[in-house]
Design a binder for this molecule. Structure first.
Ligand SMILES: *[C@@H]1O[C@H](CO)[C@@H](O)[C@H](O)[C@H]1NC(C)=O
Ligand SMILES: *[C@@H]1O[C@H](CO)[C@@H](O)[C@H](O)[C@H]1NC(C)=O
Ligand SMILES: *[C@@H]1O[C@H](CO)[C@@H](O)[C@H](O)[C@H]1NC(C)=O
Ligand SMILES: *[C@@H]1O[C@H](CO)[C@@H](O)[C@H](O)[C@H]1NC(C)=O
Ligand SMILES: *[C@@H]1O[C@H](CO)[C@@H](O)[C@H](O)[C@H]1NC(C)=O
Ligand SMILES: *[C@@H]1O[C@H](CO)[C@@H](O)[C@H](O)[C@H]1NC(C)=O
Ligand SMILES: *[C@@H]1O[C@H](CO)[C@@H](O)[C@H](O)[C@H]1NC(C)=O
Ligand SMILES: *[C@@H]1O[C@H](CO)[C@@H](O)[C@H](O)[C@H]1NC(C)=O
Ligand SMILES: *[C@@H]1O[C@H](CO)[C@@H](O)[C@H](O)[C@H]1NC(C)=O
Ligand SMILES: *[C@@H]1O[C@H](CO)[C@@H](O)[C@H](O)[C@H]1NC(C)=O
Ligand SMILES: *[C@@H]1O[C@H](CO)[C@@H](O)[C@H](O)[C@H]1NC(C)=O
Length: 423
């Protein structure tokens, strides 16, 4: 009798387990339809998705009780062909759709925008084309939208008014053109906004950043945006990274930039901005302000590349201007004249009349540099080198200090030096 009860219990358990893993019939049909139409890795997916226990299928997630599919996560599965819109549209309770790093082609199907419960939608790194539908406005619960690295084109639709839950919005590396949609200003929950590497034009100030108190990262670099830096950015006190390089921005570098307490990374290079970087910018990890376009180099700019509060990816400066001062930065490349590096290491300086104060491992070419510090490599002519263990070549240099290696001719050498060749 006990054995029978045990067997019965076991059967009930099996039934329950099977039931828990099988999804709603509508969702089962939708998933089968989705996999059935896919090229590339679709064959593997069809093989993996057998039986009816679809809640247990690879990449599929269900809510606990009702067997409704809420998550479909198949990044990098080699899936190709058009996005099977009609099938995806059948996953009525879908909340998260991650189909990045596949090879989907064609446009985003309209039926996708009927999935109004969607919170996270990523198609990054596919080959999607066409315009972004105005139906995007239906997806009011979106917290993440990532359409970066595709081939979308046309204007960004001005439909962001109601997408107030959006936290991450990334559409970089597409062919979007036209001006910035003003409704982006409504994204009050936004933390990350990346529109880098498109062909967006018109005034950057079409977006009012005042209503985005949580905004931590803005990347509009490599577009065609114009106008001056919008003062509304001054209200984004959480801003950590501001990247606006490679646009057509004009005007002065505003003082409020120095008041963004959390800013760690600022790249406003290759614009037509003038003026000095405010002294308040004393804690930046990466600061790139030089105008790299020929003939428009920054001049007379004190660049404070400061101690970092936190480890971020190193992004050294590339300076082609003159009379700049770099304080305690490393790995900078300076090609202009009359620049000064104060206690920086591993910098590369060419040009003339540059000064290195107590830096080490710098490489200087060009002429008339004044170098102190150690382990610098100095070539060409007429340098003044103080310090130790420098390698100096060229002509007419004045070398003091110890353990320097000097070659070339007409040097004035003092100290206890290691190797002297030449005259
Ligand atoms: C959107 O989110 C809200 C709040 O979390 C929720 O009440 C609502 O049901 C969601 N809408 C849909 C269509 O899932
Ligand atoms: C810019 O976008 C184009 C088109 O998507 C892409 O081919 C290119 O690699 C991107 N460049 C960078 C630097 O991301
Ligand atoms: C930027 O705009 C100028 C004219 O305003 C145009 O000639 C140029 O092709 C545009 N560049 C890009 C990358 O869109
Ligand atoms: C930007 O929005 C704020 C409110 O969030 C408003 O006070 C301000 O006037 C707006 N600025 C511009 C330039 O429209
Ligand atoms: C400067 O930005 C323009 C786009 O505005 C781009 O075409 C050009 O390659 C950039 N130059 C450098 C040196 O990055
Ligand atoms: C750089 O400074 C020197 C003197 O300190 C000055 O003669 C020169 O004009 C300045 N160069 C530029 C481009 O402003
Ligand atoms: C560098 O400074 C010297 C004098 O200190 C000045 O004669 C020269 O014009 C300056 N060069 C530049 C490019 O500013
Ligand atoms: C600077 O260069 C030296 C030798 O070339 C190297 O050992 C050191 O790691 C470099 N430091 C940085 C911060 O790149
Ligand atoms: C370098 O400085 C010397 C004098 O100190 C000046 O004659 C020369 O013009 C300067 N070179 C440049 C390119 O600024
Ligand atoms: C180099 O050292 C000499 C003697 O100690 C000193 O007079 C001179 O000012 C130094 N030059 C530099 C550029 O530090
Ligand atoms: C120079 O080299 C000698 C030994 O070769 C060493 O004892 C001394 O500390 C070195 N001096 C400097 C300033 O590097």
């Amino acid at each position: 009798m006990a054995k029978c009860q045990l067997l019965l219990l076991f059967l009930v358990f099996l039934l329950l387990a099977a039931h828990a893993k099988s999804c709603h019939p509508d969702d089962l049909r939708a998933l089968q339809g989705f996999a059935g139409n896919l090229g590339g890795g679709g064959a593997l997916l069809r093989a993996a998705w057998s039986g009816a226990s679809c809640c247990g299928w690879e990449g599929v997630g269900c809510d606990g009780g009702r067997g409704r599919v809420t998550v479909l996560r198949l990044p990098g599965y080699g899936l190709s062909g058009p996005v099977p819109g009609a099938s995806l549209g059948g996953l009525a309770q879908l909340e998260e759709l991650f189909l990045g790093s596949n090879s989907f082609t064609g446009s985003l199907p309209t039926s996708l925008f009927s999935l109004v419960g969607l919170q996270k939608l990523s198609f990054e790194s596919n080959q999607l084309t066409g315009q972004l539908s105005t139906h995007l406005q239906e997806l009011k619960n979106l917290t993440l939208l990532d359409l970066s690295v595709n081939r979308f084109s046309g204007r960004l639709p001005d439909v962001f008014h109601d997408l107030t839950s959006l936290i991450h919005l990334s559409m970089h590396s597409n062919g979007f053109s036209g001006s910035l949609p003003p409704s982006l200003s409504s994204l009050l929950s936004l933390r990350e906004l990346n529109l880098e590497n498109n062909s967006l034009s018109g005034p950057i100030a079409r977006v009012n950043f005042s209503g985005m108190p949580l905004l931590a990262s803005v990347d509009f670099s490599t577009n065609n945006l114009s106008g001056s830096l919008p003062v509304s950015l001054a209200d984004c006190s959480a801003l950590k990274s501001l990247t606006l390089a490679n646009n057509q921005l004009v005007g002065t570098i505003p003082s409020w930039i120095g008041e963004l307490d959390n800013l760690r990374c600022l790249d406003i290079s290759n614009n037509s901005l003038v003026g000095e970087v405010p002294k308040g910018l004393t804690c930046l990890k990466c600061l790139a302000t030089a105008d790299r376009s020929v003939g428009m180099a920054f001049t007379n700019m004190p660049l404070y590349v400061k101690r970092n509060r936190r480890v971020l990816q190193q992004q050294p400066n590339v300076l082609s201007g003159s009379n700049n001062t770099v304080r305690s930065g490393g790995g900078n490349v300076l090609s202009g004249d009359n620049n000064t590096v104060i206690s920086g290491n591993n910098n590369t300086l060419s040009g003339t009349n540059n000064t290195v104060v107590s830096g080490s491992n710098n490489v200087l070419t060009g002429s008339h540099h004044v170098v102190s510090g150690s382990n610098n490599v100095v070539s060409d002519t007429s340098h003044v080198v103080n310090g130790s263990s420098n390698t100096v070549s060229g002509r007419n240099n004045m070398v003091t200090g110890n353990n320097n290696t000097v070659s070339g001719s007409n040097h004035v050498v003092s100290g206890n030096n290691k190797v002297i060749t030449g005259g």
